[in-house]
Design a protein around this ligand. Structure first.
Ligand code: FAD
Ligand code: PHB
Length: 402
């Protein structure tokens, strides 16, 4: 039997960041990951970080390359009906966002964990979580052919949407909320200069499109596609033609096409599992919630969960009790639902939903309103750049005191 303080399931960004922050604070953990390090590092996913995420990565001492190489964006653009409206994040919300690929974060975290002597076991199979409601939970698994049993104080379920952690919670104590959208995103990565120096989100009668980037020479582009389409249906030429058709003409003409390095289709879903704690199991990141990527919130939410969770564990191991652990689910879910709402709203505003002509009229009217109203644009800017949470006023305060 092996013993550690916290067993972390999953070595994605949530699992590795938690392990790194715990280690810096003298708390032991073992991370169990089903895939190889190479596989996890190669997955092309998020690219946009809120300042709060950047700050947490710096706190975790993995911010050096990030601060050097990130692209700081003070705004982004929304294109519709031949118009382009810029959301001035800096001016309206006083914040910027950063472009730095999830692959790079994963690489920086992997390096930091190895250099710091962290314990990450890759290619672990058959993970089973036991005795979650007792004081000594145990995890059993097979690591490269050998059976492993770990006894710990807590288990952090950071194993993504398809992981085992959430599924280990009895169905009568967890409630799932879900909406599946009737389309997906086809994403292409290519070594071509980005269309613009900021991100461009387009609502077009043919469907949504997004021009994002990873660096000054690498672009990440997406088009809305049908759920039954396959990557093989999309030649590079078809993709570039479709992207150009959905961008405003002045942008389409300067779009630089090139061979794709990666091409994949992601379904879109909103999903939340409540509560995020069951006994000694604490869920974090995609294991507990999924947002459609339109709002760029998934990785940022995972980091926000980790911030709340590691502070709770520091309090516990510092002898401060379980107050923060008891509050973990409620505090994390408060941010989660705000990001859920914004991602749903932004998805609904920018995508084509069937052929109903009135739906697009509503969208265009709302986009037009955004161009006219600083208040409406400020709401978008605050949510996109990441909300700051003030404590909820107590009933007494809310009513001006007794
Ligand atoms: P994951 O990254 O899913 O990691 C979970 C890990 O657990 C995986 O490595 C998995 O192999 C492992 N695992 C699973 N099951 C087991 C098991 N049984 N045993 C052991 N290990 C297991 N977010 C943003 O914030 N900004 C963006 O711009 C953005 N863009 C996106 C674009 C796309 C196309 C997609 C698909 C996602 C995007 N996201 C974005 C979302 C973001 O990538 C995820 O929210 C983020 O990866 C969540 O991290 P995680 O560590 O919680 O989960
Ligand atoms: C990305 O660069 O992959 C990205 C950026 C912003 C989004 C979604 C994805 O809203």
């Amino acid at each position: 039997m092996t013993r550690t303080q916290v067993t972390i399931i999953g070595a994605g960004p949530a699992g590795l960041l938690l392990s790194q922050l715990l280690r810096l604070n003298g708390i032991d953990s073992i991370v169990l990951e089903r895939r190889t390090r190479e596989y996890v590092e190669a997955r092309i996913r998020a690219g946009l970080l809120e300042q709060g995420t950047v700050d947490l990565l710096i706190e975790a001492r993995v911010g050096e390359r990030l601060e050097r190489e990130r692209l700081v964006h003070d705004g982004f653009e929304m294109a519709f009906d031949g118009l382009v409206h810029r959301i001035d994040l800096k001016g309206l919300a006083g914040k910027s966002v950063s472009i730095y690929g999830q692959t790079e974060i994963q690489h920086d975290l992997d390096d930091a964990v190895v250099v710091g002597g962290g314990d990450v076991r890759y290619e672990v199979l058959d993970v089973v979580l036991n005795e979650l409601t007792g004081n000594r939970p145990r995890v059993t698994c097979t690591h490269r052919g050998k059976r492993l049993e770990i006894e710990c104080d807590f288990i952090a379920g950071c194993d993504g949407y398809h992981g085992v952690s959430r599924q280990s919670i009895p169905s009568d104590v967890i409630r799932n909320y879900e909406r599946v959208y009737p389309f997906g995103w086809l994403g292409v990565l290519a070594d071509v200069p980005p269309l613009s120096h900021e991100l461009v989100y387009a609502n077009h009668p043919r469907g949504f499109a997004l021009c994002s980037m990873r660096s000054a020479t690498r672009s990440r582009y997406y088009v809305q596609c049908a759920l039954d389409e396959r990557v093989e249906d999309w030649s590079d030429d078809r993709f570039w033609d479709e992207l150009a058709a959905r961008m405003p003409p002045q942008y389409a003409q300067r779009l630089v096409a090139g061979p794709s390095i990666e091409k994949s289709i992601a379904p879109l879903r909103s999903f939340v599992a409540e509560p995020m704690r069951h006994g000694r199991l604490l869920l974090a990141g995609d294991a507990a919630h999924i947002v459609p990527p339109t709002g760029a919130k998934g990785l940022n939410l995972a980091a926000a969960d980790v911030r709340v969770l590691y502070q709770a564990l520091i309090e516990y191991y510092g002898g401060g009790g379980t107050t923060l652990l008891d509050e973990y689910s409620g505090r994390a879910l408060r941010r989660v639902w705000q990001a859920m709402r914004f991602s749903w709203w932004f998805t609904s505003l920018m995508h084509r939903f069937g052929d109903d002509p009135i739906s697009r009229k509503f969208q265009v009217a709302e986009l037009d309103y955004l161009t006219q109203s600083a208040a409406a644009s400020q709401t978008v800017a605050e949510n996109y750049a990441g909300l700051d949470f003030k404590p909820v006023p107590t009933a007494a305060c809310a009513h001006g005191g007794p």
